[in-house]
Design a protein around this ligand. Structure first.
Ligand code: ZN
Length: 314
């Protein structure tokens, strides 16, 4: 049963199985992924990667306590390379990729996210508000990160692998972004079902059987008007569940400040700084995550450029 879009958009749906061994979250994140795409002008591969990572972060954050956050940093050796997303329990989410315009050299790989990401790692930080240092100078997130190898670079599989490796939680993670022929995101969302220890194996069997039958991608289901509740129903046939009230409204939110944007620049690269200094114009720097612009005097800009160059030497 499809509910009206206004009631399903922007909320995370949470459920628990009546035997308390499955915890379930689903979301229609179409609006926030479209916002990210509009702000960052991402081409298809970056839209898929960042969009799926945002959906994954939203679903992980739905299980956190109030005020907590989760961040995902994918780092591969492929040309798309890095994807980053974070979400908080209250529904704020943002995502970013340093190569928004990357396109595969062959048309056949135009949507091959795994290939564009290459081999690498997924780091997950829970609880720590890590926007202070999203990209640590030495790489990694610091002591609180759980890092696992990426299994496919397709995001959903990698998150499931992380849950298993780091938390001994088996899961079904299905994340999707539907792109139209112009590469515009038309639907995005996903389902995450976590299997707690002590589960009856027949529940797991049923879940696996349902998952095997859910062959229509979640993004296509959403495009066709399915609600998050409908997505969950596909996976939980024969398994009684109860909805858990969850108030968080999903919204694209970037808690940037001038200091944080400057710090991000000093670790991420010059981002056109040298040009601005050469042309000697008092500059704006733009937060690449949300597009907010900050004014900088030429003296500040020069100092920043020197810092970036110093950092790039080691
Ligand atoms: Zn920002």
């Amino acid at each position: 049963m499809a509910a009206s879009p206004s009631s399903t958009q922007n909320s995370v749906y949470r459920f628990v199985s009546n035997d308390l061994t499955l915890r379930i979250a689903a979301v229609d994140a179409t609006e926030v992924v479209r916002q990210m795409q509009a702000l960052q002008k991402t081409l298809p591969l970056a839209t898929l990667g960042v969009g799926r990572a945002m959906v994954g972060a939203i679903l992980l954050a739905a299980q956190l306590k109030e005020g907590q956050e989760v961040g995902l940093l994918f780092r591969g050796n492929g040309p798309l390379g890095t994807i980053y997303a974070e979400a908080s329990s209250d529904g704020a989410v943002r995502g970013y990729c340093p190569e928004p315009l990357y396109q595969a050299p062959n048309a056949a790989d135009a949507m091959n996210l795994g290939q564009a990401m290459g081999h690498g790692t997924l780091s997950v930080v829970r609880h720590q508000p890590f926007q202070r240092q999203p990209f640590h100078a030495r790489g990694g997130f610091g002591a609180h990160a759980g890092t696992v190898a990426m299994v496919s670079g397709e995001v959903g599989d990698d998150i499931a692998h992380y849950l298993h490796q780091s938390h001994q939680i088996r899961s079904v993670v299905s994340l999707g972004v539907y792109l139209d022929v112009f590469g515009q995101a038309r639907a995005a969302g996903g389902v995450m079902i976590e299997v707690m220890p002590g589960v009856e194996e027949e529940v797991v069997d049923l879940l696996q059987k349902n998952a095997a039958q859910a062959t229509t991608p979640v993004s296509k289901r959403l495009l066709e008007g399915a609600s998050p509740e409908d997505l969950i129903a596909d996976y939980l046939r024969g398994i009684p569940v109860t909805r858990i009230p969850h108030q968080a409204q999903i919204r694209y939110h970037c808690p940037c400040t001038l200091d944080r944007v400057k710090r991000a620049l000093t670790t991420l690269g010059t981002g056109g700084l040298a040009e601005m200094v050469e042309e000697n114009h008092a500059a704006q720097i733009t937060c690449q995550v949300c597009g907010r612009q900050y004014q900088l005097e030429i003296s500040e800009l020069t100092a920043l450029l020197q810092e970036v160059r110093r950092n790039s030497l080691h």
